[in-house]
Design a protein around this ligand. Structure first.
Ligand SMILES: C[S@@+](CC[C@H](N)C(=O)[O-])C[C@H]1O[C@@H](n2cnc3c(N)ncnc32)[C@H](O)[C@@H]1O
Length: 305
């Protein structure tokens, strides 16, 4: 059944394209500003599967995760979680990860998917080897995402190069074996096939939100995955006049209000500045269990009643 796009959604997408193009024209996309319209990660840069392996969840676990490249969320689906709410400050993550990448995994073979990911901005400008595969994915997307990508790509066609969905990725993450090994579904064909089946049945929602808005915009969860957003405290908190103490307060609020009893919060890729202060708080000493400590830049805290 073809789902048509509502008038409101079409308006939102129109606006998104306009805003994105104006952001695109102003900068070079090698930088990674975390704003509403920006380049996006093509693949995770975190060893998240190691953390997920220690977390406790089942297929009914109510889960909230940052979206980013989508890889954390895809791994949660592969591990059996059926419904995941996601957020990101960058709206483009929805169009890329849930629009393009999810569909690509669903409808491409493992080899095609890996080949698609070999995109290189410079080479692809002169070579369209993968553009046919990409076009096939776009044509098979949900109507609204298809419309979005076709419009965005058409708007840039006159620029004199081959426009690809990957043209807008943050530059520095070129794919290496190292990145594959962190991403189970890319490292192993059987896991890719497992993910394909499970993605077709999964329900993943997206809401654009700054981490500061989470308690206002979302309800309670059993599992909250915050990736390494808080690591960017200087950008998120200090530059916007939101000092580290506010970051602690925010995390405390997320922990107290948004995490169900016995729920778990995963904080990864946090260097040392944050956790000692967070854990130093009496409240947390008393009511959490540390499932993973920070010795490898990540923490899992389980909330006790
Ligand atoms: C911090 S980045 C780093 C990449 C991440 N380690 C991964 O493997 O995907 C992850 C995502 O966090 C998002 N992000 C950054 N600051 C944010 C904020 N204040 N609120 C919500 N999302 C934010 C970015 O847009 C990006 O998609």
């Amino acid at each position: 059944m073809v789902k048509t796009i509502s008038e409101q959604r079409r308006k939102d997408l129109d606006e998104a394209i306009e805003l994105y193009l104006s952001a695109y024209q102003k900068k070079d996309f090698v930088n990674d500003d975390f704003v509403e319209y920006a380049g996006y990660y093509r693949i995770t840069n975190e060893p998240f599967s190691k953390f997920l392996a220690k977390a406790n969840f089942s297929d009914t676990t109510k889960t909230l995760s940052v979206l980013s490249s989508g890889d954390q969320v895809f791994e949660m689906v592969r591990k059996g979680i059926k419904k995941i709410d996601t957020f990101d400050i960058n709206r483009m993550t929805e169009y890329f990860a849930l629009g393009f990448k999810k569909r690509a995994i669903e409808c491409l073979t493992y080899e095609q998917f890996l080949s698609l990911n070999k995109y290189d901005r410079i080479v692809t400008k002169h070579n369209n080897e993968n553009l046919e595969i990409e076009k096939y994915v776009i044509e098979n997307m949900e109507e609204e995402y298809k419309w979005f990508w076709q419009e965005l790509i058409a708007s840039l066609k006159g620029e004199g190069f081959n426009v690809s969905v990957f043209h807008f990725v943050i530059d520095y993450l070129y794919l290496t074996k190292f990145h594959y090994s962190r991403n189970p579904y890319m490292a192993d064909k059987e896991k890719y096939k497992e993910l394909q089946q499970k993605l077709l049945k999964a329900k993943i929602t997206f809401q654009q939100a700054d981490i500061k808005e989470l308690p206002k915009k979302f309800q309670q969860y059993d599992l909250i995955y915050l990736s390494n957003i808080l690591e960017y405290h200087e950008d998120i908190f200090e530059k916007s006049g939101f000092p580290p103490e506010e970051a602690i307060k925010l995390l405390k609020k997320i922990y107290n209000k948004m995490l169900n009893n016995y729920g778990e919060i995963i904080l990864t890729d946090l260097m040392n500045w944050f956790y000692p202060e967070f854990c130093g708080e009496k409240l947390f000493k008393e009511n959490h269990e540390l499932i993973i400590d920070g010795s490898d830049r990540g923490y899992i805290l389980k909330k006790k009643k």
